[in-house]
Design a protein around this ligand. Sequence first.
Ligand code: NAD
Ligand code: ZN
Length: 260
Amino acid sequence: MNTIDAQIKEVADLIRRSDKVLVFTGAGVSTESGIPDFRSADGIWSKYDPEDFTIKKFLSDKNARKMHWDLLSDGDLSMFKAAPNPAHHAITDLKKTGKLYGVVTQNVDGLHQKAGLPGELVFQLHGDLSHAKCLECGSRFPMQTVAEWMRSDIQEPVCAKCSGMLKPDAVLFGEQLPTDVLLEAERRSRNCDLCIVLGSTLSVYPAALIPRYASENGAKLVIINLGPTELDSWADIRIEGKAGEVMPDIVARAAKTGPA
Ligand code: NAD
Ligand code: ZN
């Protein structure tokens, strides 16, 4: 048995011995669905300037807002057309074993829900790009609707109820994370007995505290990623591999009766 097979078997065994498995996902879980991550060579930061994605810039600069809306109303945008890949489906299959305690995700693409996970098990730390939110009255509108408004050649969409400023409902740099989501994710990280990280450099805070808290509170930590992460030295098992190849194998073995 080669090393990766042995590691996959070890993780499947860990799942079998656990009652509460928390999965933590980053942009790397969605690259196999065609959505680029941030920090790879052809990632989002190779094309855009992170400075344009701060809340300060969004609120103060009309042109920056226009760039956001133009980006989001692009009919070809991969994020809205993307379908879940085998990694997302494997996580949904893990729920069927009765062990899934939750999925804490940094992703804003909604693919865990598209793969059939109920919303109450998905903790979206960085919000959700499927909607825009009014900064005045809090009304939410589907991004597809906002995209329609943009196609009628307006400069900037406004709230259909109060004409307030709209913002994509994802967290920008310098913006607070949704408190209730973060608190519940932290609670589950302290109570889980196994945390599996998939496709994240674990370099964005406070999100990266979730696997840290899990490990500090005695949970086993498994990291599956292409390339190094900031918590590699904390991992009980560290698998260098593709999420969409490794995770289905792990879950299939964990769900099997008899030896993994
Ligand atoms: P990141 O770009 O910092 O790290 C992604 C990691 O996943 C990299 O190490 C990369 O090598 C690895 N990876 C890529 N494809 C993989 C695969 N198939 N299997 C396993 N590993 C793979 O992303 P991050 O840690 O999530 O943090 C950055 C921020 O990215 C988050 O704040 C998130 O909100 C945002 N983001 C989200 C999306 C999305 O919603 N899909 C896309 C881009 C960025
Ligand atoms: Zn409003």
